[in-house]
Each structure stands twice: as C-alpha cells, then as structure tokens.
Design a protein around this ligand. Structure first.
Ligand SMILES: NC(=O)c1ccc[n+]([C@@H]2O[C@H](COP(=O)([O-])OP(=O)(O)OC[C@H]3O[C@@H](n4cnc5c(N)ncnc54)[C@H](O)[C@@H]3O)[C@@H](O)[C@H]2O)c1
Length: 379
C-alpha cells in the first residue's frame, strides 16, 4: 500500500433540458458510457481516471486539459455529450488529495489467480499466448488442442499447473474427456474459458475448393470448429458452473457476435459471463504462405498473439466488460462494439488503409481461378 498526491477534478453536469432521469441513466449506460469507457481509464488512450460519479483523477492538471484535446474526445465523445448534458451549466472544481493506492486491481471482479482456465487451441498462436499469460497470472491452465506444438512443450515443461489434453473440439466426446481430466487433476470445473481453437479455410474445409464426399456427415469442418465448438462449450460452461454453484467467464475469439449478443442478459440466470474479442490480423501460424499472399498480410501491420491474449484476460476478468461485450482490437486500440449500427473498423491493420483494388484482386485470385476451371467444364 502507498500514498500519492493526485489532482481531483470534479465535474458537475445537469441533464439536457427535457430529459428524464431514467432517459439520462439509460443513455449514459448504453450509449455514451460505452463510447467513453476506454478514454476514461488511466490505461486507455487518455491519462484520466474517472470514478463514474463525476470525479476525474490525474497526476497533473495539464493532463486533464490535454485529455479533452484528444481527437477521439473531440470527434466521438464530445458530439455525443450534447445528447446527454446541458452544456451551458457545467461546473468544474479542482482539489488536491492524498489517496491510498491499493496493491490489487479494483477493476477486476473475476480474478484468475489460482483459478482454472480452459483454453482450447492453447498450444499455438493466440491460445498459446493466453496459456502463457494465464500461467504468469497464477492460474491453473487446461490446454485442449489437437497436438502439443514444440513452443508449447518447451513452455509447459516442468510446470505442474499446466495440463495438456489431446482433443479434437469438433467432436463433442472431447468435451467429456476435457472436463473429466479437470476433475481428476483439480477436483473442480473451470472458472474461465478462452475459446481459441480455430481454422481459417484450410484445404480440407474450404468453401470454394470443396468436395462432395460421403453424405455430408462431416459437414464443414471449419463451421464445426469455429462455430459449433464455441456454442457447445459455452452451453457446457453454463451447466458445469450451475452444477458447482460457481461463477465463470467465457471469452470467445471467433467473433460469432450474434451469439454473444443474444446471450448478453443471461448472466443472472447462469452465473456465466460471455464476451468476445474481434481482432484484426494477428501474426500467428494461421497465416500460411498462401493466406499471406491472398490476404495481403504484413507483419508490420499485424497484432501479436500477446496483444490479443492481454485483452482476452481483461474481458475475462474485468467488470468494465459485462456479459455480451464485443471488443474490437486493432493496432489503433480497442473499441467496444455497440449492439446495432456498427461502423466498419477503421484502425490501422484492419485492411482499410490498404489499396482496396490491389487487395481485392489478391483476395479473389484463387477463387476466380477455381470458378474459372468449373465454368463450362461439362460442355
Ligand atoms: N490470426 C488471426 O489473424 C486471427 C484474427 C481473428 C481471429 N482469429 C481466430 O483466432 C483463433 C486462434 O487462431 P490463431 O491465429 O492463434 O491460429 P493458430 O493456428 O496458431 O491456432 C489455432 C489452434 O487451434 C487448434 N485447433 C484447430 N482445430 C482444432 C480442433 N478440431 N480441435 C482442437 N484444436 C484445434 C490448432 O491445433 C491450433 O493450435 C482462430 O479461431 C482464428 O479464427 C485469428
């Protein structure tokens, strides 16, 4: 515990004339608050810390002034303030206070230290980074993947709190095996789920380069891994948590945002918080040489697996990200996606800054070649 002098700036505002208290609260909770959340955090893009009640905390008053010159404030937050606040009657008071700084992070309400996290796809890429960071936090880590990679094996060696379970998440019997191993090792069910196992149009499950084998019983493997597995594992997390009477937190990387959105009000029923992360391109083995050229992948414009894992841990643990949160992550920063009318991603590394014509040509080339080979093939 330590003490520090901080400047407290208290901003008193009145509701926009004609707005009821209920309308004000709802607009703040669902519209304005989400726009400003990251800007109002000391770890975010401004040096501000906001307590949600009107008090801002800064180390120097100039930091407070500078935050209001940030282009994100000027372009996004300020125009929206006019929908909420009577801009004519704002009052600002300034004081200096000595505050006690606690050693633990008050923003976390589902801490993972000493808890169990199940990470599917935890042997490679983003899942491996999540395995490493969860272990560093003091969590017990259950990794479910097709096979251990050399990087995973080297990391997990001599770490009794990491358990690898060979599993194919496209087969639901694998889930029984994973939960049984967890019970056997730790006599418990997971407290958190990092759902990372995934495919990116591999040759054996490719929409364009497809085959009609058997009776379709294999389905589209990519859909089974990227869609069915997170849906089924989320349902199992609910059942397992209810059986044990414990909370859990699920973070899905596949950005099946309709699914996550539809479950946003279920936490009071199940005790399970469900969130999703939507990253731009990430530098992982998922980008094979052919994908690199087809999708104009550039390492310098890509996120690292560590960037994504860090934000997944925040989604899993922090109360500022409630059930249903959809967090976009690009090189520019994060954006909590609103429920409707989602503006396209604009940050660096989202592809928007590339030459669109060239990028589209590269992306369509293998598809056009394939379709060209089929055109008139039977004539
Ligand atoms: N890399 C990116 O640019 C990017 C961007 C957005 C979302 N994602 C998503 O993030 C997830 C992780 O991807 P990554 O980039 O770390 O790739 P990766 O290939 O490094 O890791 C994916 C892991 O999933 C495992 N996996 C695949 N099929 C499996 C199965 N049937 N059962 C068990 N495990 C299986 C693989 O073995 C691998 O370890 C993927 O779902 C991907 O769609 C990636």
């Amino acid at each position: 515990m330590s003490t520090e002098s901080l400047i407290r700036v208290t901003v008193c505002v009145n509701r926009k004339p004609g707005t009821t208290e209920d309308e004000f609260s709802k607009y703040w909770a669902y519209k304005h608050g989400p726009l400003a959340t990251e800007w109002l955090q000391p770890t975010g893009r401004s040096p501000l810390a906001f307590d949600g009640m009107g008090d801002f905390w800064v180390k120097k008053y100039e930091d407070f002034e500078a935050a209001f010159l940030d282009p994100y404030y000027l372009e996004v937050i300020q125009p929206d303030e006019k929908n909420l606040i009577d801009m004519e009657s704002i009052q600002v008071t300034i004081g200096v206070e000595r505050v006690v700084i606690e050693a633990f992070d008050m923003s976390i309400d589902i801490p993972l230290k000493d808890k169990i996290i199940l990470i599917t796809g935890g042997a490679s890429g983003i899942g491996l980074a999540l395995t490493q960071q969860s272990h560093a936090l003091g969590a017990r880590v259950l990794v479910a993947d097709l096979r251990p990679t050399p990087l995973f094996t080297a990391f997990a060696a001599s770490k009794p709190n990491i358990l690898f379970i060979q599993s194919d998440v496209s087969k639901w019997s694998s889930f029984d095996k994973i939960f049984a191993a967890c019970e056997e090792k730790w006599n418990d069910v997971p407290d958190a789920y990092g759902i990372c196992a995934g495919l990116f149009e591999p040759p054996f499950s490719n929409f364009w380069d497809d085959r009609e084998e058997g009776d379709g019983e294999k389905g589209y493997m990519q859909v089974r891994v990227n869609v069915d597995h997170p849906v089924k594992l989320t349902r199992m997390a609910m059942r397992k948590s209810l059986e044990r009477g414990k909370r859990a937190s699920v973070c899905i990387i596949h950005a099946i945002i309709g699914f996550v959105k539809s479950l946003s009000s279920t936490e009071p029923l199940t005790g399970v918080k469900i969130t999703t992360i939507c990253p731009g391109a990430v530098n992982t083995p998922l980008f094979t040489p052919s994908k690199i050229s087809q999708f104009s992948f550039a390492e310098a414009k890509a996120l690292t697996p560590d960037d994504v894992a860090k934000h997944m841990l925040e989604l899993l643990q922090k109360k500022e990200y409630p059930c249903g949160t959809m967090l976009e992550l690009s090189l520019t920063g994060t954006r909590v996606l609103p429920e409707w009318n989602i503006a396209p991603p604009a940050g660096e590394g989202t592809g928007q800054e590339l030459n669109a014509e060239e990028m589209m040509r590269a992306m369509l080339r293998p598809i056009e070649e394939k379709l060209g080979s089929e055109r008139g093939a039977k004539l």
